[in-house]
Structure formats: structure tokens, C-alpha cells
Ligand binder design. Structure first.
Ligand code: FAD
Length: 316
């Protein structure tokens, strides 16, 4: 039986959402969690997670997120298999927020909201890209670089993220091709200077990927140079797509302070947004680290921040 006014509604079912749910339910906040368009979040698209603490043999992304769900259910989190379609966020301290779902027919009222809607990596939009995620195609060098130790890989993109990925990979891989669409790099000068010092990074300007080669796993790519109109085949074991992420904040536009890229702005060292009782955790507020463990960490912080907020509200 649902209360008339909830204490904690969590939007999102990635590591941030489930971590917040576990902490909030153990603090008797009876959280309700909305699963959204991607049950389990981004990790469900990866075959193996090898960098999350506590899994010495690694674990598949689907198994990991299934475990997170079971753990949240064990403490009686109510999980709703729907997307939030709209929110009304109160400006008042102690105010009641409204969370709409199922095409605005229904609405939950809650004193506290934890936004854990994550982000989505941008795709190139070419054949085999999605099928080979975790089988050579990756969106995260820190996560998957290790599998390509001593091998040749390519990074796509010319911004800060792409250069950071290329820099990281250059320390463990034999050779890194940095494939850049334009004839210049958008990344900061300092990152460009780091890359220019790595003699195993080969920057290919004016180039687009036209084909991903490989059936069961990535074997190579074809590159078209639109300046000299040549096609080159690169035999690589890893393709790191670093052309950006889009935070899933469409429903929060004009309702919450977002930065110019759309990430939720939180107060430094906390998960507090500019609306009282509304907290944000995970990739949706983090353009920088974007890891499962940092998302789970900030999910925990959001639940603790909300618990303290509600406690102070009661005391006042
Ligand atoms: P997400 O995992 O992005 O989850 C967001 C959730 O919000 C989803 O459940 C979605 O359905 C939900 N949602 C969105 N909008 C709504 C809405 N309107 N209503 C309700 N719900 C909504 N990190 C690692 O640490 N190790 C790895 O090995 C690793 N591998 C990766 C491999 C791939 C292919 C990718 C793409 C990422 C990988 N990452 C890895 C990064 C990691 O997946 C993310 O950092 C992490 O999942 C972010 O967690 P999150 O909870 O913030 O958001």
C-alpha cells in the first residue's frame, strides 16, 4: 500500500539508482525506483566488468545489475518498470515534488527525489557498432583498455575525452590510432601536448570510419580520408568511441540547474541540486569519471543526503 506522500523516489536503475535504493530502504525511507528505458542502465550492454571492487574474477554487466536489483528488493525497494515522463519540482524547503509517469496519467508525490538517469554514449551510426560492444567496440578505455594490452587499437574523436582515452591507451597498447573527423583537434592544448609526446599515437586527421570489420568480434576498420579521398584498412583489436555522451536530462530542462552540456549541477562535495529535496547521483551529474563505482558511490551519498534533509525538515 503506497503512502500518500513518499519520502524517496529514485529515477533510474543503474548502479547509482540501486545503490541509492539500498541505502534509502535501509534508512526506512521506503524508496520507489523507476527503471526507465534501459533496465539496469549502461552496464547491461557490456559483457564483462573487471574493475568493480569485490569481483576478483570479473562479472558480466547483466549479472552485476541483476544482483544490484535483487539486493535492493531484499530491502523492500518498490521497483516500477516504467519511465518518468515529467516532473514538477518544488522550490520550497520541505515542499512536495510531483513525479509523472505513464504518459502523465499518474503522478507520485514525494518529499525527496534522487535523479540517477545516467547518460548515453553517442554512437557513430555505422553497421556492427552496437553488436560488437564488449567484443572490441568500447566507450571506456579505463574499463576495457586492459583487454588490449600490447595490441593495436583506435580511438575516434578529437575532443578532450578522446585524447584522454588515447593517452591512457598509449601506456598499455602497442599502437593507438586517433581518428579525427576535422583537420584539427578540439581538445585542450595541454592534452594535445601530452599526445604529441607519445610516439605510439598516430593521429589521422580528416578521417571517418566507413566500415567495422569482424563478425563475432572486432577485427579492423576501414577509414576514409576525405581530403585525399583514400581508403585505409586498419587491423585493430579495440575501437574506442569517444565522441561524447548525452546526459539523460531532457525531462529536467528548465526545472533544475543544468550545465551547458545538460549535466545536473550539484553542490561541490554533495549530491544536492538547486531544488530542496532533489539530489542527483551517477553519470547524470558527472561528465568526468563516469564509472560504475563512482556512480554507486554518489548513489550512496544521495540517499544519505536525502535522509539528512528529511531529518532536518522534521526537526524544524
Ligand atoms: P546508467 O547506468 O546510465 O543508468 C541510467 C538509468 O536511468 C537507466 O536505468 C535508465 O533506464 C534510467 N532512466 C533514464 N531516463 C529515465 C526516465 N525518464 N525515467 C526513469 N528512468 C530513467 N564502468 C565501469 O566502472 N566498468 C566497466 O567495465 C564499464 N563498462 C562499460 C561499458 C559500456 C559499453 C558502457 C556504455 C559503459 C561502461 N561503464 C563501465 C560505465 C558505466 O556503465 C556507467 O558509469 C554507469 O552505468 C553509470 O551509472 P548510472 O547509474 O549513473 O547510470
Amino acid at each position: 500500500m503506497l503512502k500518500k506522500i513518499q519520502d524517496c523516489v529514485i529515477i533510474g536503475s543503474g548502479p547509482a539508482g540501486y545503490s541509492a535504493a539500498i541505502y534509502a530502504s535501509r534508512a526506512d525511507l521506503h524508496p520507489i525506483l523507476f527503471v526507465g528505458f534501459q533496465p539496469g542502465g549502461q552496464l547491461t550492454t557490456t559483457t564483462s566488468i573487471d574493475n568493480y571492487l569485490g569481483f576478483p574474477a570479473g562479472i558480466s554487466g547483466i549479472d552485476f545489475m541483476e544482483n544490484c536489483k535483487k539486493q535492493a528488493e531484499r530491502f523492500n525497494t518498490l521497483i516500477i518498470d516504467q519511465s518518468v515522463t515529467n516532473v514538477f519540482l518544488s522550490n520550497q524547503k520541505g515542499g512536495i515534488h510531483r513525479i509523472f509517469f505513464e504518459k502523465e496519467k499518474e503522478c507520485l508525490k514525494s518529499r525527496g527525489v534522487i535523479i540517477a538517469t545516467g547518460s548515453s554514449p553517442k554512437f557513430l551510426g555505422i553497421d556492427r557498432e552496437k553488436e560488437l560492444i564488449g567484443l572490441g567496440v568500447s566507450f571506456c578505455a579505463t574499463c576495457d583498455g586492459f583487454f588490449h594490452k600490447g595490441k593495436e587499437v583506435a580511438v575516434i574523436g578529437g575532443g578532450d575525452t578522446a585524447l584522454e582515452e588515447a593517452n591512457y591507451l598509449s601506456k598499455i597498447c602497442k599502437k593507438v590510432y586517433l581518428i579525427v573527423r576535422k583537420n584539427y583537434l578540439r581538445a585542450s592544448k595541454i592534452l594535445q601536448s601530452h599526445i604529441s609526446k607519445r610516439n605510439n599515437v598516430n593521429v589521422l586527421f580528416c578521417s571517418n570510419i566507413t566500415k567495422i570489420i569482424g563478425n563475432d568480434f572486432l577485427e579492423g576498420i576501414k577509414i576514409f580520408n576525405h581530403e585525399n579521398k583514400t581508403i585505409t584498412t586498419l587491423l585493430i583489436s579495440g575501437l574506442f568511441i569517444a565522441i561524447g555522451h548525452i546526459p539523460n536530462t531532457e525531462i529536467f530542462k528548465n526545472k533544475l540547474d543544468l550545465d551547458d552540456r545538460g549535466y545536473v549541477i550539484v553542490k561541490k562535495g554533495s549530491t544536492m541540486t538547486n531544488k530542496p529535496g532533489v539530489f542527483a547521483a551517477g553519470d547524470v551529474q558527472d561528465p568526468n569519471y563516469r564509472q560504475a563505482i563512482t556512480s554507486a558511490g554518489t548513489g550512496c551519498m544521495a540517499a544519505l543526503d536525502l535522509e539528512r534533509y528529511l531529518y532536518h525538515e522534521k526537526m524544524e
